[in-house]
Design a protein around this ligand. Sequence first.
Ligand code: DGP
Length: 126
Amino acid sequence: MSYAYDDQNIFAKILRGEIPNTTVLETQHTLAFRDLYPQAPTHVLVIPKGAYVSYDHFASEASDAEIIDYTRAIGEVCRLEGVDLPSGDGFRLISNAGAHGVQEVPHLHVHILGSRHMGRMVAKAD
Ligand code: DGP
């Protein structure tokens, strides 16, 4: 089974410059930008520039260079936003995938949430 990537998803359009974003960090393989509907004072989305649907897709098929760049960029965004340890008060890192993960945009992204106490990790399902 292979992963099907829809290049009309909203983050693909952001990467092509078709719709605007508020960039926090851009590197060779990674883009970080503010979530349009922030759920915390700090809410940044970090995406690889490559066409990956989900974290498992990325972890399986991305090059070492992409994985290193992406991972380092996540750390750098935490530092830039002042939520890193030990300087800040911490953060929550979330990556939703597929139907059960309730993923809305089918391009890999992690949410970096912070600058407030984030509460319990997972709510009970309805
Ligand atoms: P998820 O449910 O994990 O797929 O989260 C998708 C996030 O993307 C959600 O928090 C809202 C955000 N989002 C949706 N459309 C846009 C957009 O056009 N621009 C930005 N910056 N964020 C968006």
